[in-house]
Write a protein that binds this ligand. Structure first.
Ligand SMILES: NC(=O)c1ccc[n+]([C@@H]2O[C@H](COP(=O)([O-])OP(=O)(O)OC[C@H]3O[C@@H](n4cnc5c(N)ncnc54)[C@H](OP(=O)(O)O)[C@@H]3O)[C@@H](O)[C@H]2O)c1
Length: 286
């Protein structure tokens, strides 16, 4: 499995297993255990997903040493601002039942179009994450769904720079400008929804490329993410798909194929842009 090195020197396994929309409890425990069994070493959870507890149980039960696994969690938008974020960080540690978390992220920045104090709110949340980072409780900290102006504001106003920006990134929504900004600032881009939530896998254009290499369209999507130097976070509850989705090391997309895929229409875009979306409350799930 490819590895990346974050801007603070921490090593991160190059593909993550996503747990969003896997029901918490037995289902996510089983899926996470299976993912670890077949070779995933990087698990992505969030307070919103209600999978922190089962991810924590899987990490303890799987038989792999804790320091060979990488666990990410996130503070949800109900808990923005310093005081609430401090409590949310504690709650994540408790739910995971861990004394440290490898990577902790702000799940969504405050909305620039709706919150006049978005910059101050994001700074408050960020300072809570910095607090746990400085204590060594979070090995790295970062953001999700941020545009360059969000990250610039955090970098200008705070001490520690984000190590990661986890954004929607797939063939039908390649946020190349946001990714380029991150790459130029040594911030790792994680690609959420690398398969376009499974909705793009029947596209004939992808199928033609997959057939050329004898691969699946899902494998082409994963390979495209990696060749854009992003770290895909992929979800499936099927063991055979967990295995095949990461079987992507025996082919390489050409520059022409990469550029062609970059032009695909936004047919499975979530519709969520951090400047215009207003997700409010725990029920507004991305
Ligand atoms: N930071 C954020 O705001 C944010 C937002 C969304 C997601 N995420 C993270 O990113 C992860 C992945 O995103 P996602 O779950 O939305 O989308 P995704 O990984 O692109 O796609 C998952 C969907 O594709 C299906 N699938 C997986 N492998 C397949 C294959 N080989 N063939 C056919 N279908 C396949 C899965 O169904 P089965 O399970 O039935 O196989 C599931 O319905 C999430 O779990 C979460 O950890 C983060």
């Amino acid at each position: 499995m490819k590895k990346y090195i974050l801007n603070n020197g921490v090593e991160i396994p190059g593909i993550g297993f996503g747990t969003w929309r896997i029901p918490g409890g037995e289902d996510s425990l089983k899926a996470t255990l299976e993912a670890i069994e077949v070779g995933y070493r990087h698990i992505d959870t969030a307070a919103l997903y209600e999978t922190e507890e089962s991810v924590g149980k899987a990490v303890r039960a799987c038989g792999i040493p804790r320091d060979e696994l990488f666990v990410t969690s996130k503070v949800w938008l109900d808990d923005r601002g310093y005081d609430k974020a401090m409590k949310a960080c504690e709650a994540s540690l408790k739910a995971l039942n861990m004394d440290y978390i490898d990577l902790y992220l702000i799940h969504w920045p405050s909305y620039t179009q709706y919150d006049s104090d978005w910059r101050a709110v994001n700074n408050g949340t960020w300072r809570a994450l910095e607090h746990f980072y400085k204590q060594g409780v979070f090995r790295a900290i970062g953001v999700c769904n941020c545009m360059p102006h969000h990250i610039e504001a955090i970098m200008e106003d705070n001490e520690i720079k984000p190590s990661v920006n986890q954004i929607e990134f797939h063939p039908c929504y390649p946020q190349l400008a946001a990714a380029e900004f991150c790459h130029n600032n040594d911030i790792l881009v994680e690609a959420w929804r690398p398969l376009g939530k499974g909705l793009i896998l029947d596209m004939p254009q992808l199928k033609a490329i997959a057939d050329k290499y004898g691969k699946t369209t899902a494998q082409v999507c994963m390979r495209w993410c990696l060749q854009h130097d992003t770290l895909p976070i992929v979800k499936t509850t099927h063991k055979e798909r967990m295995i095949s989705n990461v079987d992507i090391w025996d082919f390489e997309l050409t520059a022409e194929e990469m550029a062609y895929i970059d032009t695909f229409p936004p047919i499975s875009w979530s519709g969520q842009h951090p400047d215009f979306v207003n997700l409010s409350g725990k029920t507004a799930r991305s």
